[in-house]
Ligand binder design. Sequence first.
Ligand SMILES: [Zn+2]
Length: 80
Amino acid sequence: MLLIPCPWCGDRDETEFHYGGQAGVPYPERPAELSDEDWGEYLFVRDNPKGPFAERWSHAAGCRRWFSIVRDTATHEIVR
Ligand SMILES: [Zn+2]
């Protein structure tokens, strides 16, 4: 079981959350000008590190707010 620290509600069980993927992925400035390959890369290609990884989470069964955390993907430790 993973305890995830919601900034508004405190530590809660991971079953209350939805994973939102990698944090800090910038939306393209001019998406209409991207090639299909570049658009596909923006939509689907994400980093997959072993170690600290910035992620988005939604406290779906609680306050419903989105926030970012850094989780170590090898140990599940919440780094910050
Ligand atoms: Zn919350």
